[in-house]
Design a protein around this ligand. Sequence first.
Ligand code: GAF
Length: 398
Amino acid sequence: MSFVEPGSPGDLTRDVQSGFSTVFGRDPAVVGRAPGRVNLIGEHTDYNAGLCLPLALPHATYAAVAPREDDRVRIASRQVDQPWEGRLGALGGDSVSGWAAYVAGVLWALREAGHEVPGLDVYVDGTVPLGAGLSSSAALECSVAVAVAELLGLQDTPELRRDLVEACMRAETEVAGAPTGGMDQTVAMLAEAGAALLIDFADHTTRAVPLALEEAGLGLLVTDTRVSHALVDGGYAARRRDCEQAASELGLSSLRQADLTMLDRLDDERIRRRARHIVTEIDRVADTVSAVEAGDWPEVARHFLASHVSMRDDFEISCPELDTVVQTAVEAGALGSRMTGGGFGGSAISLVPLERLDAVVRAVDAAFVAASFRAPAHLRADPSSAAGLVQPARPTSR
Ligand code: GAF
């Protein structure tokens, strides 16, 4: 059974440092690390002032950074051939697009927040699968944010972490152009190892929900369908617009205030279904937290399946590959399974008895061969810790 491995933090730190040195001909001053995420439940609820329950993956992005004497910014990555180079003043403009916009956007947002970000060299590397719906973008933003915060001498406090979440969200929505809701950046900056993070987007409060998976003989299996998902494509924004239309027709500031009976007032059948997904999904998050805290894993699994059906039928963001993972995983012994993340491809998450992990992976692989789908990739989602530094800043020759 082969999984996409998270890699050892020591090796990855050395790799990103040596990649930086090869590209820029000097040592980095600091290395930041930020995890990818998988969401247990609560999809498209963040921009509806709702609840969600993500966790940090052990897979992470590493950003090696050093300040420069001038006002230039150079951004390079081991995963992407084309480096980006420009001036500090160009960071928020049209000159930066694609992956580099997530990095440039963070620097721009920190400057907008009043920080004196200097010219920088940035090199990134890591093990978060790209385009798999596992928040490689937020991991990239947050790894850069923690590294630059250290260079700026900012103290690592809960307030700073909230400010960095804000900066990373602005990078994503205003510079990269992905109209996302904030779940990914919040969990990357605030997750706790061994727990999922309950986020309430009505007031932006968070609470760690410990996941006693091992004790229950369970594991979380993430299956990347390798159907590439991109949040800058139109589907995500269209769902967001439908939700905003529903709230506005109901005279509410967000669908968090809606209940199922109100939805009959929505004339358009599609808009009604979109709203029904959000209203029922928010309830499922609350019920899942209760079930996790009661150790009632079969109940958690029932919510997984109901969530998947809601996303497939009401929100219409699943695809044949995701539906195949969910159905096959359950037939092969998973307690529950659901698509996770923004949808239109990406990954599914399955709650699996440890002794059935092998069988579930094999069954999904075989089902993909039978359906002539591209081979999927699998990874173990052991709940991990939030973004941080992996190397303390040290003086550099500026
Ligand atoms: C993506 C977005 F970035 C998040 O904000 C969230 O809306 C998620 O899709 C769906 O739950 O990851």
